[in-house]
Design a protein around this ligand. Structure first.
Ligand code: SF4
Ligand code: SF4
Length: 234
């Protein structure tokens, strides 16, 4: 249309065509999560939509290393992610999250004693504002930002509430999506661990030296007491 404002009517015609068409052709529901459909079932409009196996890496390969979307919880591999989950359920991130969209429940053992692990860890990503404050305040490098963006869901409420097991990702995955940041974090953690161990070793050596000096002083005092000269004077 060439008259002023004609583009608005063209755009609205496309919207109307898609709206009515979506009742008959599911491919017109372009906001549906189609990334995990089998290749043969991808809609035409998906084009070369990235699709890879494994941990939803396809959601992240089309964005830069520096992008961030919502948080994820890191684990260090192993048979069960819960065996190596870094989160100790200290709840600092829950307290500091500005829109209060994190919910954590601690885990307890059979004797009712709390253990350093989250039984529940939910993030409502419909509320999360991607501010990364939870990442900044975590003392255990347990929570970092994911760049997964394909999160559309027909379930308006529950579909956007990510549970602990949805949030769990391996450190290897973190290295694949944010290589520089993950490498820098690993290096810092290794340095902190080495410094902590050196301090622990120095403290133990100082304590040992002090104990040896004390034992020597006691032995000298005892020897002096038992010496013949001392017996005569007493
Ligand atoms: S993610 Fe970090 S700050 Fe949050 S509860 Fe776990 S250990 Fe604490
Ligand atoms: S990124 Fe910000 S809003 Fe989202 S969970 Fe972390 S602290 Fe809360």
């Amino acid at each position: 249309m060439s008259f002023p404002g004609g583009g608005i009517f063209s755009g609205m015609a496309v919207t109307l065509r898609n709206f009515v068409g979506s009742y008959f052709d599911p491919d017109r529901l372009t906001t549906n999560d189609y990334s995990w459909r089998p290749v043969g079932k991808l809609p035409q409009s998906a084009g070369e939509y990235p699709k890879e196996g494994g941990e939803q890496l396809s959601d992240t390969t089309t964005v830069t290393n520096y992008s961030r979307n919502f948080p994820m919880l890191l684990h260090d591999g192993g048979v069960s992610p819960m065996d190596t989950i870094r989160c100790v359920a200290c709840q600092i991130c829950e307290r500091e999250c500005p829109p209060q969209c994190i919910y954590i429940e601690k885990a307890y053992d059979e004797n009712g004693k709390s253990i350093k692990s989250p039984e529940k860890f939910d993030i409502d990503v419909s509320v999360c504002m991607s501010c990364q404050i939870c990442v900044e305040v975590c003392p255990f490098d347990a929570i970092v930002m994911n760049s997964q963006f394909e999160l559309s869901s027909p379930d308006r409420f529950g579909g956007l509430l990510l549970r602990r097991d949805d949030l769990l990702k391996s450190n290897d995955y973190y290295h694949r999506i944010h290589p520089e940041e993950a490498a820098a974090r690993d290096q810092r953690m290794a340095e902190e661990k080495a410094a902590k161990e050196a301090k622990k070793k120095a403290t133990a050596e100082a304590a040992k030296k002090k104990a040896e000096e004390k034992a020597r002083a006691e032995a000298e005092a005892k020897a002096q007491e038992e010496s013949p000269g001392n017996e005569e004077t007493s």
